[in-house]
Structures are given as C-alpha cells and as structure tokens.
Write a protein that binds this ligand. Structure first.
Ligand code: SF4
Length: 98
C-alpha cells in the first residue's frame, strides 16, 4: 500500500481479505466507500484510509460482511494502536484475520 496519508489525517485503515470475499455485496449496500468491482465481481473499497467521519459506515460494512462464515473479511484498524475496531468478533482488539 503506497501513498499512505498521515495518521493524524486518516487515523483508521481497512485491511481487506479480498481473496475470501465472495461478492455478496452487503458492504456496498451499507457504505458509500464500498462498491462492486465489475471485472472481478468482488467488493472493492474506494479508499483504504479513513477519518472519523468515514469510520462509521466502514464499521457497518465490516459488521455486515457475511464472508468467512459471518466472521467478515473487511477489517477496520486503528492505525495509532494497531487494534481492530471491527468486526473484531473476540472484542479484544486483536486482528481477526485468517
Ligand atoms: S460484504 Fe463481504 S463478501 Fe460481500 S462483497 Fe462485501 S466484502 Fe465481499
């Protein structure tokens, strides 16, 4: 990921397990930042870096994503702490990747 904006401007980032997305499109229903890539049929974010205003809809997208048996493949991470904000099924701030 190149050209990352300063953490102060965009304190949050998206980690997207695109290989596990199956194109359900739920993310695109709840978030302007998410759309469907017509060439791949998979979800695709317009930006990977978020400010406070952009955070809530991306948290919603992370929470509604049904991939990986509902665990979700969209992860929203606080760049300052490295903690996962959503979907974070264990609630302990660790990344729920894999
Ligand atoms: S909701 Fe999840 S599985 Fe569905 S398109 Fe978005 S990222 Fe992919």
């Amino acid at each position: 990921m190149t050209n990352a904006p300063p953490v102060e401007e965009k304190p949050y980032k998206i980690l997207f397990e695109g290989a596990r997305c199956f194109g359900a499109g739920k993310c695109a229903e709840v978030a302007e930042n998410w759309g469907m890539d017509l060439s791949t049929g998979l979800g695709s974010p317009k930006t990977y870096f978020l400010d406070d205003d952009e955070l809530p809809e991306n948290v919603r997208a992370a929470e509604v994503c049904p991939a990986k048996k509902d665990a979700g493949v969209i992860h929203v991470v606080d760049r300052r702490t490295g903690e996962e904000i959503a979907p974070n099924p264990d609630g302990d701030g660790t990344l729920s990747l894999g």
